[in-house]
Design a protein around this ligand. Structure first.
Ligand code: IMP
Length: 216
């Protein structure tokens, strides 16, 4: 990825390349103070491109570029996930896929307990194979990509370091939150209040970098 050119969004319309209403609301609220009017890709009827990248940045850029080209407006997309050191960074860009139920397991959909169990099972195998403690270090990543219709783009990478615990704890949050303990905390992301999580999360880190460069 080439470095950001320093190009700025300014105030005006920005397409948010997500079909997830929750994400649109969260991103709109974050950008509202800067006079940015967020429009969802869904409301414009834009297609959802296949996420064929092998990195978070590639996938965020695929989504942002697709929306910018189709709408003729600047577009913002994000891609996020969990990477576990002892598993060579997996599940990485496949974080959501690991929760996908197979057709033979009943109704299609996502099962986060199955996904967390899969990660834990792989860590247990590593531990058994090495006859010792396994490295439980992990990080959540969030990459934001802005693409302009002329092809220029900017990338902002956020991280939240921590370690995985087992069994899962807490009822707040979503996804892998019940097994992720951020560095400096004794509680999982699912045990801390949402405001507290939002202050230290990978998404907060990426947005802080975007806001500093785009509106600072
Ligand atoms: P996507 O960026 O919408 O493709 O999401 C990727 C996946 O990463 C989500 O479905 C979640 O499983 C996981 N993920 C991303 N951020 C978080 C988080 O803050 N907590 C728990 N899981 C997360």
């Amino acid at each position: 990825m080439s470095p950001n050119s320093g190009r700025r969004l300014g105030s005006g319309s920005l397409v948010i390349a997500t079909h997830n209403a929750g994400k649109l609301k969260e991103i709109s609220a974050l950008l509202d103070p800067y006079g940015v009017k967020c429009i969802s890709a869904g409301s414009l009827g834009l297609p959802e491109p296949a996420e064929t990248g092998t990195t978070f940045a590639q996938n965020a850029l695929i989504k942002a570029r697709s929306a910018a080209e189709a709408s003729g407006l600047a577009a913002l997309a994000d891609d996020s996930g969990l990477s576990v050191a002892a598993l060579g960074g997996r599940p990485g860009v496949y974080t959501a896929d690991w929760a996908e139920r197979q057709w033979f397991e009943g109704a299609p959909g996502r099962d986060w307990y199955m996904a967390m169990g899969k990660v834990e099972g792989m860590l247990a195998e590593k531990g058994a194979a090495s006859n010792g403690d396994v490295d439980r270090t992990a990080a959540f990543h969030c990459v934001l990509a802005i693409a302009w219709p002329d092809g220029e783009y900017a990338i902002y990478e956020g991280r939240c370091e921590g370690r995985l615990t087992w069994p899962p704890r807490g009822a707040m949050g979503f996804g892998y939150d019940p097994v992720f303990v951020p560095t400096g905390s004794a509680q999982t992301f699912a045990e801390i209040a949402p405001e507290e999580k939002h202050a230290i999360s990978h998404r907060a880190d990426a947005f802080a970098k975007l806001v500093a460069e785009q509106f600072g």
